[in-house]
Every structure is written in C-alpha cells, then in structure tokens.
Write a protein that binds this ligand. Structure first.
Ligand code: ATP
Ligand code: MG
Length: 419
C-alpha cells in the first residue's frame, strides 16, 4: 500500500536531482509491523524546493517550521513530513541545538537518537540504509545510541527521556552503557525546557506499559529532576513492615487503570493515567507513626492534590489538565466512607456533582485503587464499589426519566395528537 506512494514521491525528487528517504519512526514501525499513517522523510532538498515538489502532488502542503527545514503535507491517508538533511552544531549551554543543513544521508542518520531510529529507506527503489546496525538492535529489542551515549546525551539531554519513552512504547531493553550514561548524566536534563520534557513524559505515560519507562527514570535518577514525587513514594520501611510500599502500589494502580480503560473501551487517557500515578503523592509528607503502632496519612488527598498542581505547573501543563488531575487525586479517597451505611441519596449526588465530567475517570481510579495484598479485602472493596456505581446509575436514570416525563396524562396526549 505504501510502496507506490513513497516511490512516486521519490521519483519527483530524483527528477529534480535531489535525494529522498523515508526515515526514523516509520521505518522502525514498518519493521515491527506497526506502521501508522505518519511518514517522515529526510532529503537533500532545501525547504523551498521540497515545498515546490510537494505542491501539485500532495492534497495539501504546509510549513511546519521553515527554520528547522520541515515541510508537512497530506496525500490521501498519509501524513507526510519532509525535513532537510541536518548536521547539528551544539552549544553545550543552549537548550536547543542550532540547526545546520547537512549534505549527506549518513550524516543525518548519525545525529539521531537511537540506532533503531537511524535507519532510512531511500526512494525510489526502497534500499535500506542502516549504517549503525539498527536492524540488529531492532531484532534484539534494544535501544543503543549511534555514537557513544555520553556524546549523544551531552548533545541533547532530552534523549535520556526519549530512551525511557521508547522503552515504554516498544518494550525494548535499554543497553547497559546507555543506562550507565543516563545515570551519570541525569542532572543535565535540567537544561532542557519543561515543555520538551513534558511531551516525552506524556508519551511515556500513554504507552502500553509505562512501568518500564517509569522504573528506568527512577533507577537512573532522572525522576528526581522531572518527577521527584515518584521516587519519594518508595517510603523507607518501618522496622515492623507494617505498611506497603507505596511506590509499587502506585505502579499497580496505574496498570489496573490502564486495564479498566481498555475494558471500558476508552482510548488511552493521559489525565486518568497521570492521576493514578499521582494519587498517593501526599503520603510521604503526611505520614505519622502513632503511639499504638499504626501509621496514618492525614489528609493526604488534599496535600497530594496540592503537590500535583505544583509539579504539573512546573511541567507547563495547561490549567485544564492540572485541574482535572488534581481533582481526581483529591476525590479518590471519598469512596472510603461508602459502605458504612451513611451514604444517603444526597451524598451520592454530591459525589457525582463533585466528579463533574470526570465521573468515569473517578470510577476507574477508585476501582484501580482497590488493591491490597489481602485478596478478600480487595474483592470486598470492589463489590462495594459495584454497589456505589449501580446506585449512581439508578439515580441518574430516575432523574433523566423525571426530566423527560411530560406533565400531561395519556388522555391529554391523545387529544393533542388527535388519536
Ligand atoms: P513517534 O512519532 O511514534 O512518537 P518517532 O520515532 O517518529 O516516534 P519523533 O519524536 O517523531 O519520534 O522523531 C522522529 C525521528 O527524529 C526519530 O525517529 C529520530 O530519528 C529523530 N529524533 C527526534 N528527536 C530527536 C532527538 N532529540 N535527538 C535525536 N534524534 C531525534
Ligand atoms: Mg514521529
């Protein structure tokens, strides 16, 4: 399906004396059998030439940032991005690499993040260009950098975040020398803009199995800079091992949320998943050992919502996203008062009203949080929540009926309709 399209485009560039190659993500994903509609190309042509060659062929053409040499286009179902070869000149103190056009495909592949992303398919003809052994690393399911990881990460520290993101998305291992470089250089992530870090974190959290990527962030120390609330959850165990490991519990709640999200037919939802990740971040701050030997976390929901806001603000999330996640963190404990018999209809209505348009997310978070090592207790909590959800459904059905039921009786209706 894709071959005629990319060959056709390749012929246009060839006729103009330019080189064109499919590159990075789509080459990797095609080999993994998970190609989407995004086709990224790299070319010898400068942006104005690319734009001219695309016009008259693509259905639509637009500028994606001429400064970076990228032109976008759509052809049928395909979303196309074509970028001029680059060879980047780095200034160690700058947040973004200065871009300079390069003159060769191999030079362009050399400055890419991982070998599995450093493969290209030249068109027309579709010849694989793989100077850094990407195909072997793809087969071995491992992330490795084309040059030394130290050099790569000092050129662009964001690549450390990308390693965690791709390991979560693809389920690949990260090569030991890459993990070692990440560990040694974690603090360099601080020169990267919050927006770029956030975008990688979002992709990581939306991946099929975020645990892998999150564990890597924690192990390498990157999390201490980008999401310090997460490693803080690994509370030091008290000598009697009375409370569970909140960090491990959090990863389980996240995994259960993802399972529920799928079971209930929702698309991957960042707000829901990030709320799972943050739901207990108030615990380390509020933990108190009582004289009777118990541990309490007084108002950790409120404290957690506050910490969540602060972190998300630092990561430059929008106010809407911040409110949505923080509200879920604050509401997730509300359910624990249910089942004791004191939940009147108006308490149930208040629960629904406070959840607002996030009721479904609250259902998912609260259910996912019904985990404890005691399986019988977990089952009981789940049944109690079934009960609450059923009551909510019944109440809203009654309200809906009441709102559509007319004030007329059957005889009056027949009169009006002339029946
Ligand atoms: P997806 O689009 O599915 O998230 P992708 O591999 O296309 O995955 P992008 O972030 O879109 O990832 O980047 C496109 C390509 O550009 C990558 O495959 C990689 O070759 C290169 N690339 C992107 N960002 C960097 C970076 N910070 N350093 C080096 N190379 C990068
Ligand atoms: Mg891409």
């Amino acid at each position: 399906r894709i071959a005629p399209v990319i060959d056709e485009l390749g012929e246009r560039f060839e006729a103009a004396g330019e080189q064109l190659a499919l590159v990075g993500g789509p080459v990797r994903d095609a080999m993994l059998g998970r190609l989407q509609n995004d086709l990224d190309f790299t070319t010898s042509a400068h942006p104005d030439v690319t734009e001219r060659l695309l016009k008259g062929w693509a259905d639509a053409v637009w500028d994606l940032g001429r400064d970076f040499g990228t032109i976008g286009a759509r052809k049928g179902e395909w979303q196309i991005e074509i970028t001029t070869y680059r060879s980047e000149v780095y200034d160690a103190t700058s947040r973004k690499p200065d871009v300079e056009y390069g003159d060769s495909l191999v030079g362009d592949l050399r400055r890419r993040d991982f070998t599995v992303n450093s493969m290209a398919l030249t068109v027309p003809g579709r010849v694989l260009e793989d100077p850094y052994g990407g195909i072997l690393d793809l087969a071995g399911r491992v992330l490795r950098t084309p040059g030394t990881p130290e050099e790569s990460f000092s050129d662009d520290p964001l690549r450390m975040m990308r390693a965690a993101r791709f390991s979560a998305q693809l389920g690949f291992e990260v090569a030991p020398e890459v993990v070692a470089a990440m560990t040694a250089m974690a603090d360099r992530i601080t020169i990267i803009s919050a927006e770029r870090v956030r975008d990688e974190l979002v992709k990581l959290v939306l991946a099929p199995s975020p645990r892998r990527g999150l564990a890597l962030l924690v192990e390498t120390g990157l999390a201490s800079y980008v999401l310090p609330e997460l490693p803080a959850l690994a509370l030091e165990r008290d000598e009697h091992h009375r409370h569970k490991d909140v960090y491990e519990h959090t990863l389980i709640v996240l995994e259960q949320s993802i399972e529920l999200e799928q079971q209930r037919g929702h698309a991957p939802d960042f707000v829901s998943r990030f709320a799972a990740l943050m739901h207990d971040v108030g615990k380390p701050r509020t933990r108190k050992f009582q004289d009777d030997g118990t541990v309490t976390f007084h108002h950790h929901d409120v404290v957690g919502a506050k910490l969540t806001r602060k972190r998300m603000k630092e990561l430059r999330f929008s106010n809407d996203e911040i409110d949505a996640v923080a509200d879920l963190v604050e509401l997730h404990l509300r359910f624990h008062g249910y089942g004791a018999g004191e939940w009147t209809d108006s308490a149930v209505r208040r629960y629904v009203r406070d959840a607002g348009d996030q009721l479904e997310r609250l259902h998912i978070l609260t259910r996912a949080d019904c985990t404890t090592r005691n399986k019988r207790k977990a089952d009981r909590l789940r049944r109690t929540y079934d009960d609450l959800e059923a009551r909510i459904a019944r109440l809203s059905e009654e309200e809906e009926l009441a709102s559509i039921r007319p004030d007329l009786d059957g005889v009056q209706i027949m009169e009006i309709l002339g029946i």
